[in-house]
Ligand binder design. Structure first.
Ligand code: ZN
Length: 143
């Protein structure tokens, strides 16, 4: 089997380097309002159309969370190749104030504290044909 390097499911969402990833968003040049994900054409705060790339960083605080106790239904098509296990999902508030929905990782059963520090990580989303991994982002607790 040919070896293919892993690729990002949504490369426009991630910046930084593999050892220290960061989220790539946008910011309004007119009023400074930050956005994630990118792709917006107008600022919802001031109506301006001049948005610039903006690095949201790779660390934030847990804003809210719950446990996903059953496999997600389509259109979700992720498959890490492992049997389903309940996992955390929630919102991480970045330093600029944007809240990012994400899978949450920790050792053992999902257990988090609102307000705790979270770090961005890159994880497998699914295995593609020929063994190439498709990657996405998640947050893990900084413990
Ligand atoms: Zn604006």
């Amino acid at each position: 089997m040919e070896n293919h390097p892993p690729t990002l499911a949504c490369p426009e969402l991630l910046g930084g380097d593999p050892g220290r990833p960061s989220l790539s968003g946008a910011r309004c040049r007119g009023c400074g309002e930050p956005y994630f994900p990118v792709g917006r054409r107008r600022c919802t705060r001031c109506g301006g159309a001049d948005l610039e790339p903006f690095d949201l960083g790779g660390e934030g605080r847990l804003w809210s969370w719950t446990v996903q106790t059953f496999p997600p239904k389509p259109p979700y098509d992720g498959d890490s190749g492992e049997a389903f296990k309940p996992y955390g999902v929630g919102y991480v508030e970045m330093p600029c104030g944007v809240k990012v929905e994400s899978r949450l990782l920790c050792q053992g059963e999902p257990d988090f504290a609102i307000g705790e520090a979270m770090r961005l990580v890159v994880v497998p989303y699914r295995k593609r044909e020929l063994g190439a991994a498709l990657l996405t982002y998640a947050f893990e607790a900084c413990r």
